[in-house]
Design a protein around this ligand. Structure first.
Ligand code: FES
Length: 71
């Protein structure tokens, strides 16, 4: 389902951008163009960004064989 109709950006695109390193709404705007036309998508984009970042953090291991990966 589209989050940003103007730029055809879906939830999937946002999750992918977060997995590739996007950490802010500005990053999402730069990577996808969302929110740069009418701006109606910004609240939903922000919610999706938080959700995607939380999912990514939960999936990342804290430790590997070499020790601590992330704090
Ligand atoms: S819906 Fe995203 S800029 Fe219009």
């Amino acid at each position: 389902m589209y989050v940003c109709v103007c730029k055809a950006v879906s939830h999937k695109h946002i999750h992918r951008a977060v997995n590739e390193g996007a950490v802010s709404l500005r990053d999402l705007k730069n990577l996808t163009g969302l929110g740069t036309c009418c701006g109606k998508c910004v609240p939903d984009a922000r919610r999706t960004l938080v959700e995607a970042a939380a999912r990514r953090a939960a999936e990342q291991p804290l430790f590997n064989d070499a020790g601590l990966v992330a704090a």
